[in-house]
Design a protein around this ligand. Structure first.
Ligand SMILES: NC(=O)C1=CN([C@@H]2O[C@H](COP(=O)(O)OP(=O)(O)OC[C@H]3O[C@@H](n4cnc5c(N)ncnc54)[C@H](O)[C@@H]3O)[C@@H](O)[C@H]2O)C=CC1
Ligand SMILES: O=C(O)C(=O)CO
Length: 437
């Protein structure tokens, strides 16, 4: 066994490249690379990935946790890999949206004595919450801290698509620019056009505000619920513009999603991924959109039928798309069963990346980025902190925070976080107490 012992900050950290005794006992153990903090800690918490910042580690260690971080050079861990990490004694796991958290993993965690899991993500379509309920495992997520960062990427993609920034950049780098021309990379003006938002929750509403306020676009949105605060904001901003002698902005709550698709010039998708939003944008719906419309997806890949999208992009060169997330390509996928199988079971959607549908990468009218919408330093460190505190809160028997949309008290680096789990999605099902702090 190769062991390096390193003093790091005020805690002890070990690195080794062979299984710990717990891992050796795991049924399908493989050699894994682990970094250990506070080896003598009472509670064993595993993180399936190194996460940004160190506050999340400090907070766990201060509360008597031994923290084990998987440093294996493999982007997406398999169920077997994670079973090996869980071993025979594990109090909680911090996992990633790329992992399949279903019956197998929750039963393994439960067998190891664990009752706490948190995704380092707000979306938890990769988690079978019913299975977690069955084994009494609390499931945490990380809302709120990534709202603005994700909305900013959706806004960036909207601008990049409207003004053809990626195409123009490639043109410059290829040495093709030989002087200003009236027709060179002519795109769309956003001001006065209509922005459509599907799923006006936290991120959808933040994006809508950016586009309305920043570019004076009118808003049309579709959601299962009324976005009252967003409506009030646009009304007030419209009144302000009018009082300043400018054209006021307007808003409309659409009765159907199709209304948004028909009317909007830029459409951004921000719903959760579940059986009601799977392939929400399909061939028929793409054909309803304006020929020069812009479609942005920073939610989850399977919200769009990407085979239909590639065909639509080919047929409509002025239609543009900005994608941060992707559907799995069956041909290349490590998973072989058809998507209809997933829908019928409708348990959870565990894998939608990293593959692109054939033809997408060649489309000039598509901008593609690798699921980076939440990738600002503040947000990613905050996500790590919230995920760690979700797990810690359950281990310590703390109540659940009363409002998962207001997580700021957990993110203040200058004070101790509240003694609560910031966001547990199955708190009600497990009958967990709610914090009155
Ligand atoms: N690309 C990325 O890096 C990121 C992606 N996300 C994705 O964005 C999603 C939304 O995040 P939040 O805004 O924080 O969640 P949220 O829960 O605040 O908003 C989701 C909204 O979708 C609406 N919705 C649900 N089903 C719908 C349907 N069938 N039709 C129309 N609207 C529907 C809900 O009513 C809700 O208002 C996450 O679940 C995640 O999948 C989130 C963060 C980063
Ligand atoms: O939080 C999420 O849901 C993500 O997609 C990560 O950015």
């Amino acid at each position: 066994m190769h062991i390096n012992k390193t003093e790091h900050l005020k805690f002890e950290r070990l690195r080794f490249f062979l299984p710990t005794p717990e891992l050796l006992l795991a049924s399908m153990a493989k050699p894994v690379s682990i970094e250990v903090w506070n080896p003598s800690g009472k509670y064993r918490v595993v993180s399936t990935k190194p996460m940004p910042g160190t506050r999340w580690i400090d907070l766990l260690v201060q509360q008597d946790c031994r923290v084990e971080i998987c440093t294996q050079k493999k982007t997406i861990l398999s169920v077997e890999d994670i079973i090996a990490l869980i071993g025979d004694k594990c109090d909680g796991v911090i996992g990633q949206l790329t992992e399949d958290w279903g019956e197998t993993l929750f039963s393994a965690l439960s067998r190891a004595g664990g009752r706490a899991f948190s995704n380092m993500a707000v979306g938890y379509n990769n988690v079978d919450v019913n299975a977690a309920n069955k084994y009494g495992v609390a499931v945490g997520n990380t809302p709120g801290v990534l709202t603005e960062t994700t909305a900013e990427l959706a806004a960036s993609l909207s601008l990049s698509a409207a003004r053809r920034i990626v195409e123009a950049d490639e043109f410059m780098r290829a040495g093709l620019y030989d002087g200003w021309l009236p027709h060179l990379f002519v795109g769309n003006l956003l001001r006065g056009q209509t922005v459509g938002v599907i799923g006006a929750g936290r991120i959808g509403s933040a994006y809508a505000r950016m586009m309305v306020e920043g570019f004076k676009m009118n808003l049309i949105y579709y959601d299962l619920y009324q976005a009252t605060r967003l409506e009030k904001f646009v009304t007030a901003y419209g009144q302000f513009l009018k009082a300043s002698g400018e054209q006021p902005v307007t808003w409309k709550r659409a009765a159907s999603m199709d209304e948004v698709l028909r009317e909007a010039d830029v459409i951004s998708l921000h719903p959760i991924l579940d059986k009601t939003t799977y392939h929400l944008v399909n061939k028929e719906r793409l054909s309803m959109m304006k020929k020069e419309a812009i479609l942005i997806n920073c939610s989850r890949g399977p919200v769009i039928d990407e085979v239909a999208l590639v065909a639509h992009l080919k047929e409509n060169p002025m239609f543009r798309v900005g994608l941060d997330v992707f559907e799995v390509t069956k041909q290349n996928s490590p998973f072989t069963f058809p998507s209809s199988f997933i829908i019928q079971l409708s348990i959870h959607f565990f894998q939608d990346e990293p593959y692109m549908k054939p033809g997408l990468a060649e489309m000039k009218n598509a901008i593609v980025v690798p699921h980076i919408a939440s990738a600002s330093k503040w947000t990613r460190e905050g996500m790590a902190t919230l995920a760690a505190l979700n797990v810690l809160g359950k281990i310590k028997g703390y109540p659940v925070w009363h409002d998962p949309n207001k997580v700021e008290p957990f993110l203040n680096e200058n004070s101790l976080p509240p003694a609560a789990s910031p966001s547990i999605v199955n708190a009600k099902a497990l009958g967990l107490p709610v914090s009155k702090l």
